[in-house]
Design a protein around this ligand. Structure first.
Ligand SMILES: O=C(CO)[C@@H](O)[C@H](O)COP(=O)(O)O
Length: 251
């Protein structure tokens, strides 16, 4: 798709630019990145397009106008604001996720310390606290080692998270990638995965971890996804994998 766009699509692009630019501020506010590491993208509702940050640009300099509009092949849409700059080095990975997971509206990558430490060990985060059962419905899985810049990271994310309750994957030796129904939802998952990575690490440093029975994990997850919060919460737009599929995976 190339411009000029219909008024509806242009409005959606403009709103996505604002949201994605602002959400980068959450990565720095929550201490999930240093310098120019990490990135947020958002699908443009109603169009085969997404918005992502330019590569290697200071967080303080990110604005709606310098966000970059891409098609779902990961190509920059020429002639649009920001298109003169190189997009994020993870653009191909984000594009792959949007192509293969139509329910996903936002993708986030950070280098948050504790999550990266689990990724460096290639170790999934076990589900030993209720906050994890609520948010991720089980352990946070590890994805394969993948080279930056092509489809490999995207393939690893999609292969690992398809049919999985978790909206976060720890790409081995690299770090967390999270998905969500919206860009905000994906940023929330990035904040939460660092929080649980830190807490579980501290717990394990202090002694043995106590597992939560699968049946309790299922109940906590179901309640958090379907009862907690408000009925119009964006994450409700994404149907969660059913419990039986999860049980097979954990068997
Ligand atoms: O780890 C990586 C590359 O996967 C990134 O997080 C970079 O650290 C930030 O890259 P840009 O989005 O600025 O290109």
């Amino acid at each position: 798709m190339s411009g000029p766009f219909s008024q509806d699509v242009q409005s959606a692009i403009d709103a996505t630019r604002v949201a994605v630019a602002q959400l980068h501020g959450e990565l720095t506010r929550n201490g999930l990145v240093v310098w120019t590491g990490g990135n947020v993208s958002g699908r443009v509702p109603g169009a085969d397009l997404f918005v992502i940050k330019p590569s290697g640009v200071s967080y303080a300099a990110l604005t709606p106008e310098n966000m970059i509009l891409c098609d779902l092949a990961g190509e920059v849409v020429p002639g649009t604001p920001g298109s003169e700059r190189a997009p994020s080095s993870d653009t191909a990975a984000h594009a792959y996720v949007y192509r293969h997971m139509p329910e996903v509206g936002g993708v986030v990558h950070t280098h948050s310390t504790y999550a990266v430490a689990w990724a460096a060990r290639g170790e999934e985060i076990p589900c030993v606290i209720t906050a994890m059962a609520d948010e991720f419905g089980g352990p946070v899985p590890v994805g394969p080692f993948a080279i930056i810049g092509d489809d490999s990271i995207g393939r690893g994310i999609v292969e690992t998270l398809t049919g999985h309750r978790s909206r976060a994957v720890l790409m081995q030796n690299h770090g967390p990638f999270t998905i969500g129904a919206t860009p905000t939802d994906a940023v929330k998952a990035a904040v939460m995965v660092e929080d649980v990575a830190r807490t579980v690490q501290i717990a394990r440093d202090g002694g043995s971890l106590l597992p939560i029975p699968q049946e309790a994990i299922d109940r906590l997850y179901d309640r958090y996804q379907n009862v907690y919060g408000q009925a119009d919460d964006a994450r409700r737009a994404t149907p969660a994998p059913d419990a039986s599929a999860q049980e097979e995976m954990y068997a």
